[in-house]
Design a protein around this ligand. Structure first.
Ligand code: KG4
Ligand code: ZN
Length: 354
């Protein structure tokens, strides 16, 4: 059993390291967490992969040192290193994996490669040690939108995924077309708070049946409405509100359908879009009386190494280890993912395909 796990996350534009400290089989506690967001991408309106890799390379050693310092733990006390091995940007992942391998090899520590989305699934468990499957999980990030039936940790049955844009990607693209910054989610949520919900009524794609999602048509509808506006300055908050209401309505309706379908009493929100307080509030409202909504605090829903350390700790506790052939894989499949066949209108597409 690994008592001290150092987590490393570099799959996209956050350079992060975390230290989890456990006592025996009790859930581990978060002792240190450093998240360095790469501001450089803001001026480009999106993540530039080559710049992300370079920034990880120059900052990761210091980020790891700071996380250890915060935890009051010397590297000599670390039992295992958990690192995001995919999916994500190949070059960015490679920096974390190479660094984790070097640390583990030089210090003769255990090494475990972690799937980024499994990390997102474990994020809420860091602050909520009681959280345990079975539950329904809505994973919503910049790259993925998936509804999962999780009967046990490590077993992920896909109910449905997006056919086109991920939910976070839709927020980012709509923010860009409204002339707002990157990432789009936080700025749209802020703006939407002052918007009139009755001003724009956008379509709710695929809301009324099944578990699959589609957001690209909604994005186009917002684009047309923005072009048709005679005063974009005035309409921007209303457009943001109309768009956010449509996305959240679809997400929450499908989450409620999945709760009903499985009969589970817990619904988990994970991934960057789960930073949205509006999403958490609407999910709790819709599911009141049927399921409790588990969601981590925003800093643990955005990309961070604590969730990677937590998922790694669980795999290490089961006796799993990676060897030094561990490689970064941009399209790493989620371990334990089963594509559900029996669900009406569920997806047959592999969500791991790029
Ligand atoms: O999980 P994440 O940090 O990175 C990926 O693995 O993709 O997710 C980032 C995504 C971005 O698309 C961002 O716009 C979205 O999460 N996001 C939000 C909010 N905060 C972040 N979307 C909606 N509302 C928010 N408050
Ligand atoms: Zn993520």
């Amino acid at each position: 059993m690994a008592d001290v796990v150092l987590g490393i996350e570099t799959s996209c534009d956050e350079t992060s390291a975390a230290v989890l400290v456990a006592n025996g089989a009790a859930p581990p506690e978060l002792a240190g967490l450093v998240i360095l967001s790469q501001d450089i991408h803001q001026v480009f309106g999106g993540v530039v992969p080559e710049l992300a890799s370079r920034a990880h390379l120059s900052t990761l050693p210091a980020v790891v040192d700071r996380a250890l310092e915060q935890a009051g733990v010397a590297f000599g006390a670390v039992d295992a290193v958990a690192v995001t091995a995919g999916p994500g940007l190949a070059g960015a992942l490679l920096v974390g994996v190479a660094y984790a391998k070097a640390l583990a090899y030089a210090g003769d520590r255990d090494l475990i490669g972690v799937h980024h989305l499994e990390g997102h699934l474990f994020a809420a468990a860091i602050e909520d040690p009681e959280l345990a499957p079975p539950f329904v999980a809505l994973l919503v990030s910049g790259g993925h939108t998936m509804l999962l039936d999780v009967p046990a940790w490590g077993r992920y049955r896909l109910l449905g995924a997006t056919r086109d844009d991920a939910a976070g990607e839709a927020f980012d693209k709509v923010a860009t077309l409204l002339g707002l910054g990157y990432p789009g989610g936080p700025v749209i949520e802020r703006l939407a708070a002052t918007g009139d919900p009755a001003r724009f009524n956008f379509p709710r794609p695929m809301r009324d049946q099944g578990f699959e999602f589609s957001f690209s048509g909604l994005k186009t509808a917002v684009l047309h409405a923005a072009r048709a506006s005679s005063d974009l300055e005035r309409d921007r908050p209303h457009l943001a509100r109309g768009f956010q209401d449509a996305v959240l309505d679809v997400l929450v309706t499908k989450l409620a359908r999945a709760v009903e379908h499985t009969g589970y009493r817990t619904a988990l929100l994970g991934g960057g879009v789960a930073c949205s307080r509006a999403l958490a509030a609407r999910a709790a409202e819709r599911l009141s009386g049927s399921a409790r909504v588990a969601v981590a605090s925003p800093r643990l829903n955005a990309d961070n190494a604590a969730m990677i350390a937590r998922a790694g700790w669980w795999r290490l506790a089961r006796g799993e280890r990676s060897d030094f052939t561990l490689d970064a894989r941009a399209d790493l499949p989620l371990p334990g993912l089963e594509i559900g066949e029996s669900v009406p209108n569920s997806t047959s597409r592999n969500p791991n395909s790029p």
